[in-house]
Design a protein around this ligand. Structure first.
Ligand SMILES: [Zn+2]
Ligand SMILES: [Zn+2]
Length: 244
């Protein structure tokens, strides 16, 4: 699998960047995970909207879905400009009717609800779900293909259930919205120390911190997480590509 970081900021994008958005590719299949603010613009550096095969949404906070509408407009315009005519499947949960309804648009996108209790196959990807600890319904994804594994925590406070869910994965893309001296419990986010602790307890092979805060010294997040986890750690960075 090949992971490209498109957007990594929590809550809102920093100037010229994007909030949550990740491109996961395998055997030519292109899956966009989350479609936050700024993602459609930045995504076009790596893939064109009409080239996407599917989209997978963790939850309906705007930093994860703000660009769904413009993605739909892009597909409408591209349908006039190119020969590519297809309906793009957008997978999301249906625990929020209003949020789920926005995934469908004319013949261009079709919202498909995933059942978090069941394993889902999207192209080459086998996907399992874990409900996270967040103010609105939100799901983490464990994605496997050809014997490799990847977890995206989406937005969540720390919860012990993550340890089994992330066990031994090749790459853990963990949210890390708060610094070590903060408390993410009420906001539904993890600190750097919790992300590091999770990586250690789950014995993951590589940790990438994402959903980053716009303030403070981000290097401090790395330092704090590495006090818990001794494996390789990186901060998510726009345009970085990781082979899993
Ligand atoms: Zn978020
Ligand atoms: Zn959220």
């Amino acid at each position: 699998m090949k992971l490209t970081i498109i957007g990594l900021w929590g809550a809102y994008p920093k100037v010229n960047e994007a909030s949550s958005g990740y491109l996961l590719e395998h055997n030519g299949f292109k899956l966009l995970i989350d479609c936050g603010s700024g993602v459609l613009s930045k995504m076009q550096n790596y893939v064109q909207p009409e080239e996407l095969d599917a989209v997978l949404i963790s939850h309906y906070h705007t930093d994860h879905v703000a660009d769904i509408g413009v993605l739909q407009h892009a597909l409408l315009v591209k349908s006039y400009l190119t020969d590519i005519k297809k309906s793009l499947p957008i997978y999301g949960h249906n625990l929020d009717e209003e949020g789920f309804a926005q995934l469908s648009y004319k013949e261009f996108t079709k919202g498909i609800s995933y059942n978090p209790d069941e394993t889902l196959q999207i192209g080459p990807f086998t996907i399992q779900f874990l409900k996270t600890k967040h103010p609105v319904p939100c799901f983490a994804f464990r994605i496997e293909a050809d014997g490799k594994s990847f977890v995206f925590t989406a937005d969540s406070a720390y919860q012990p259930e993550f340890v089994e869910f992330c066990q031994d994965v090749d790459l853990l893309l963990s949210e890390c919205n708060f610094y070590g001296n903060m408390n993410g419990e009420n906001a539904g986010h993890m600190t750097s120390i919790e992300a590091g602790k999770l990586a250690r307890e789950a014995n993951v092979k590589h940790l990438i911190l994402t959903h980053l805060p716009q303030y403070g010294d981000l290097q401090q997040l790395l330092k704090e997480a590495s006090e818990e986890y001794s494996g390789p750690i990186h901060l998510a960075k726009m345009g970085d590509v990781w082979n899993i």
